[in-house]
Write a protein that binds this ligand. Structure first.
Ligand code: ATP
Length: 201
C-alpha cells in the first residue's frame, strides 16, 4: 500500500493549490473535503444519520443536500458542527484508506482542512502543512467564494490555530506572496521519498 501523507492548513492557506503541484509530480491526491461533500450526497449511512440529527430539511424534496440550511445550523453552534463531523469524518477517513490501498504511486496525498482536529491523523505516515498569513487567507477566500470577511472569520473560528497546527506537521510550505511554491514542493517530495527509502531499509 502507498504511504499516505496528509496535507493540511487553514481555510485559504492554499492546500488545493499546493496539492495540484504535487499532482503534476505524479502524486495522486485525495481531496477529503470534496469526498466528504460527495458522501453526504451518496452514502445511505450518512444521509440517515444527518436526517436523524438535523431533521428532514437537510435534504431538499429532490434529494439534494441543502448546504445553506446545514451551514446555518453548524456554523452557528460548535456542538452541532462536532455532531456533523462525528457523522461524516469516520466514513471519509475509511474512504481515504480504501483509496490509498488501490494506489501504486510511492506515496499519495490526502488533502484535508481538518486533520489534527479529528481522528484523521491516525492513519497518516506524515503531514505537510501549508501556511499563509491570516489577512492573505481571508482575502483569497473572499475573492474565491465571493463572500464577506465575517463569513470567512466565522468558519475559521472552528479550526485550531495555525501556530498549533503547523507545529504538528513534518514539513511546512510557505504560501505567502513572497516565497515560490514549486521549489518548496520539489524539496518536500524529495524529503518524503528519502524518508521512505530510509524506512525501507
Ligand atoms: P479551503 O480550505 O477553503 O479549501 P485551500 O487551503 O484549499 O482553501 P486554495 O483553494 O488552494 O486554498 O486557495 C485559496 C484561493 O487562493 C484560491 O482561489 C487560489 O487560487 C488562491 N491562491 C492560493 N495560493 C495562491 C498563490 N500563491 N498566489 C495566488 N493565489 C493563490
Amino acid at each position: 500500500m502507498a504511504s499516505l501523507i496528509g496535507l493540511t492548513g487553514g481555510i485559504g492557506a492554499g492546500k488545493t493549490t499546493v496539492a495540484q503541484v504535487f499532482n503534476t509530480l505524479g502524486i495522486p491526491v485525495f481531496n477529503a473535503d470534496d469526498v466528504a461533500k460527495e458522501l453526504m450526497q451518496t452514502s445511505p449511512v450518512i444521509k440517515d444519520q444527518l436526517i436523524k440529527t438535523f431533521g428532514y430539511k437537510v435534504y431538499a424534496s429532490n434529494g439534494i443536500l441543502d448546504k445553506t440550511y446545514l451551514a446555518g445550523i453548524v456554523f452557528k453552534d460548535k456542538y452541532q458542527l462536532e455532531l456533523l463531523n462525528a457523522i461524516v469524518h469516520p466514513i471519509t477517513i475509511q474512504a481515504a484508506m480504501d483509496w490509498a490501498a488501490t494506489q501504486t504511486a510511492p506515496y499519495v496525498i490526502k488533502e484535508a482542512a481538518l486533520i489534527f482536529e479529528s481522528a484523521a491523523a491516525e492513519g497518516l505516515d506524515a503531514v505537510i502543512g501549508v501556511s499563509a498569513p491570516l489577512d492573505l487567507r481571508i482575502q483569497r477566500v473572499m475573492q474565491r467564494d465571493a463572500c464577506t470577511k465575517q463569513e470567512v472569520e466565522q468558519r475559521m473560528q472552528y479550526q485550531i490555530s495555525d501556530a498549533i497546527k503547523l507545529k504538528l506537521c513534518d514539513w511546512v510550505i510557505e504560501n505567502n506572496d513572497r516565497d515560490l511554491v514549486i521549489p518548496q514542493v520539489i524539496k518536500v517530495n524529495e524529503a518524503i521519498l528519502a524518508k521512505m527509502v530510509a524506512s525501507n531499509g
